[in-house]
Structure formats: C-alpha cells, structure tokens
Design a protein around this ligand. Structure first.
Ligand code: ODT
Length: 177
C-alpha cells in the first residue's frame, strides 16, 4: 500500500494519552541513526507528574569512543507540542561522556499495554521533505518481546513510516546493564 515518506505527513498516534504511555518499556527493535548510540539492553521509563510534565530515564549498553562499552544512564525531559503524540526530547547522560541532544520523539502507534512504535527524524532532506537521518524504537511492555498479534500491527507501522526492513533486534541479557 501507498506510503508518504515526507516527514511532515508521517501518521502519528491519534488521541495520544501520555499518562497511559507512562511506565516501563523494553526496546525490542531499533532502527539506528547515523552515529549509533544505544546498542542493546535498552529499557526506558516514562513518568508523567501531576502537572503533566513528562520526564524519562533510559538505560542501555553503548559504545563510547567506538570500542569502550559501558552501560549508559540517560535522562530526558519532554516538551509538549500542538500534536499530543509529538514531543521534543531534551536528553543527557548522567556521565558527561555520554550523548546529549534535542530530538523529536513521536509516538506512531501504541496500545499502551503491550507495544509502542516510536519515531524520530533528526534531519529532513531539503529537496523532497523525506528523512535523511532517523531512528526508531519498537517498545514492548514485556522483556520477552512482542506478542504474535502485535507483530503484524508493528510491521504495518514500520512500512507506514518508510522504515520496513531497516530494524535490528535489541537483545536483553540479564545482568548486562
Ligand atoms: O541510540 C541512538 O542511536 C539514538 C538515541 C538517542 C537518544 C537516547 C536518549 C535517551 C534519553 C532518555 C529517554 C528516554 C526515553 C526514550 C525513548 C526512546 C529513546 C529516544
């Protein structure tokens, strides 16, 4: 079926409810950006406070200086935008050696209880509006991965955001991070 790969037209979650998105998510799939950062054992925790302020923490195994492998402890604050499923995410590492940045954080689809498809475009091609540097996480509430019934939905969403076939599996090894 037809896709519209212009970033401005990428369909995001309708009537997104960030309170229901809160809590722990295991990354089970990832499409890497240029200059990959988080490798595996990636677990994110979203928190929405009484005032609706969203923050998150994330842990995961990373390489710094290409070969030095550490477990990263990351923090982020989320800014709301006019679309409830689109956020701006300011992030930094608890250790100064880790990445800092300011990225889009779009929720493409979620059922809140099992799966979520995240998308971020860091750089848009000026010529045609498609994404020149994106990353995307497939999140599961379950460390074991996606349920069979969610895999089909997630595959369709990967196609919608023009990233079908570009993901790798994110493994979780107990005790690694
Ligand atoms: O891993 C990469 O290659 C790019 C990812 C950089 C962002 C990592 C910063 C995470 C900050 C803490 C946030 C938690 C929530 C995360 C959900 C998805 C990650 C963007």
């Amino acid at each position: 079926w037809a896709q519209d790969c212009q970033v401005a037209n990428i369909p995001v979650m309708q009537n997104f409810n960030k309170s229901r998105y809160a809590g722990q998510w295991y990354a089970v799939g990832k499409k890497d950006p240029d200059g990959l950062f988080l490798l595996d054992n990636i677990v994110a925790n979203f928190n929405v406070d009484e005032d609706g302020i969203t923050t998150a923490t994330a842990r995961g195994r990373v390489y710094i200086f290409k070969y030095w492998e550490v477990c990263a402890d990351m923090r982020a604050t989320f800014e709301d935008t006019s679309d409830p499923a689109k956020f701006k995410m300011k992030y930094w590492g608890v250790s100064a050696l880790l990445q800092t940045g300011y990225d889009d954080h779009w929720v493409i689809d979620t059922d809140y209880d099992n799966y979520a498809v995240h998308y971020s475009c860091r750089k848009v091609h000026e010529v045609n509006g498609t994404c020149a540097d994106s990353y995307s996480f497939i999140f599961s509430r379950h460390e074991s991965g996606l349920r069979l019934e969610d895999q089909q939905i997630v595959s369709a969403k990967k196609h919608d955001i023009c990233l079908a076939g570009k993901y790798r599996r994110v493994t979780h090894t107990p005790g690694q991070c």
